[in-house]
Design a protein around this ligand. Structure first.
Ligand code: MRU
Length: 363
């Protein structure tokens, strides 16, 4: 993606540090933060300076590399992996990236580990870019096909949360098809769910789409069903933080309600995800750990005041308890298809195994 005309990833190396975009300041301020230690990486993931499943994985890999640079011992690697794994429990990309890092370092002498760790972390980032680009190609073919049914108006896509460039290293998962189709000249318009409580849709997806010149409209989370009833949504595309071997899709809370409404109204509902999101060890969506975040994210809102200052206000009575579960699970039966880097498959275990046959052999 380009920021002010300059191709920019969400994470890169600079001045001996891992430089990331501070997503907690967007869309009001574009600021970068330098991660120089394991503690910096843990804090950035936990406080959502970086977020989005693939970017959490890439940041964790670089966090482990920073830890190895300070101490390449087996013990330090295990401690660092444990600290990183505890930051956000739902996104599978985190465990996937840490496993890949540990495997790359396991048989190396300590003196060789720091360089190898940064090389592997960079490869994880590059892989994510390639996978997202491929998701974009497979997904844009779906959008072009659907657009043939509505030749006299732009195709209306609805998305939830932020599964775009900012959630990955580049391109995005759910938004990659949108970017590619737009760049190929397809007329489309995106309904952007605001995505309470943290508003990743209103703040991050809207920021990304605006930066790329893609027509979009931010809507309250509750409007999607109504728009679907009126024929104003042609397709829903979301990302995934963890997908089970049976193709249940865990994503930002509220995704399930969109899938129910899409199913009721005959609107195709796709989840776009790289293989690093698939947890082959879990078959049932109920077994996915759901992150509970601070109630304050729900009871308070932050935005730009009329004076141009970032302002936080309480929107819930002081005495009312609040429950902030960050994800929900959409059962596979409500998902039209999974858009992966290897192609599109039905949301079934057989569909997934058809694209990833090596997993069949491992069973
Ligand atoms: O809590 P977040 O902002 O990390 O949640 C992000 C999402 O739910 C995305 O939809 C998900 O990571 C999809 S992958 C790009």
């Amino acid at each position: 993606m380009k920021i002010a005309g300059v191709p920019t990833r969400t994470l890169w190396l600079a001045d001996g540090a891992v430089r990331v975009i501070d997503q907690s300041r967007l869309p009001f301020e574009f600021r970068t933060v330098d991660l120089r230690s394991l503690a910096d990486a843990v804090r950035a993931i936990r406080t959502m300076v970086v977020r989005g499943a693939p970017l959490i994985g890439a940041t964790a890999a670089h966090g482990l590399a920073l830890a190895v640079r300070d101490d390449p011992s087996d013990r330090a690697i295990e401690d660092a992996a444990r600290a990183l794994l505890a930051t956000r429990p739902t996104a599978h990309n985190l465990a996937w990236a840490l496993d890949r890092m540990r495997a790359a370092l396991a048989n190396l002498a300590p003196a060789a580990r720091a360089d190898a760790a940064f090389r592997e972390a960079a490869a994880i980032g590059d892989d994510d870019v390639a996978r997202c680009r491929a998701i974009g190609e497979h997904g844009s073919a779906i959008l072009r096909r659907l657009a043939r049914e509505t030749p006299d108006r732009p195709l209306n896509v609805l998305t939830h949360c932020n599964a775009g460039w900012l959630a990955c290293v580049d391109f995005g998962t759910a938004l990659a098809p949108v970017y590619l189709a737009h760049d190929e000249g397809l007329a489309l318009h995106v309904w952007v769910d605001e995505t309470r409580p943290r508003n990743q849709g209103a703040s991050l997806t809207a920021f990304e789409l605006a930066a790329h010149g893609i027509p979009h409209t931010v809507i309250a989370d509750n409007l999607g069903g109504h728009l679907m009833q009126r024929g104003q949504v042609d397709v829903v595309i979301v990302g995934s933080d963890r997908t089970t071997a049976a193709a249940d899709v865990c994503n930002k809370v509220g995704t399930y309600l969109k899938a129910l409404a899409a199913h009721d109204n005959g609107v195709p509902f796709y989840a776009a995800l790289p293989a690093s999101t698939i947890d082959w060890s879990i078959a049932r969506g109920e077994d996915i750990p759901i992150e509970e975040r601070p109630a304050r994210e729900l009871t308070h809102l932050t935005g730009l005041g009329d004076g141009g200052e970032l302002t936080t206000v309480r929107v819930v009575p002081a005495g009312s308890p609040a429950l902030n579960l960050a994800f929900d699970v959409t059962p596979a039966r409500l998902v039209t298809g999974l858009i992966t880097e290897r192609g599109v498959c039905p949301a079934t275990s057989e569909g997934l195994l058809g694209l990833y046959p090596e997993r069949r052999r491992e069973r």
